[in-house]
Design a protein around this ligand. Sequence first.
Ligand code: AMP
Length: 216
Amino acid sequence: MRLIFLGPPGSGKGTQAKMLGESLHIPQLSTGDLLRAAVRGGSELGREARKFMDAGKLVPDDLVIQLILARMQQKDCEGGFILDGFPRTLGQAEALEKAFIVKRITIDAVISFEIEEHELLVRLSGRRVCPNGHGEWHIRFHLPSNPGFCDVCHAPLVQRADDEESRIRVRLAAYRKDTEPLKKFYAERKLLRPIPADGPMAAITQQIETTVKQLR
Ligand code: AMP
């Protein structure tokens, strides 16, 4: 099964991709996570990407495409994968389509997370993350057992630089301008499956599972 999870920042697609990946035994490939790991590792790509990420802007297509195509070559992707946060521009979608033609593989569906912007602002501005990449929590909706500290490594939680309100607005504007047009791109290919993403988490999980079952 090869899926794309498409949705604005804060729509919950990362959490849902992780859960579905675990139940289908396929990896969740998040370009956000891959980029943050590159930043932590201090590679040249990481240093270059950081400038864009901290400002809430999209990292240039060539860097992201290079990173995700290399990741997809790894053995754990042979049985399928969920792309989370990629593609995010038409250029990325076209590059992905070309790479798949060469590999003779196809995408089964693009799950599109539909949610209002004001809801996203509340979710993103209250998000706190582990600085060592162990997960994320929320100051109102999802508290760790010891508030302010990571449940796994107990490090003090931090706010991502791009979760600061003015940067959230930049990211949402980037989503509207660069990523929303992908809905048309995938609808034309009969791959788009919109799901409402503003209800309780369990209801959204259920919707995704139903959609995925219909693909089998
Ligand atoms: P995310 O964790 O998906 O919200 O991504 C965090 C940041 O990483 C984004 O705000 C972008 O700066 C960068 N990023 C992640 N995925 C992409 C992508 N497909 N294209 C460009 N930039 C990306």
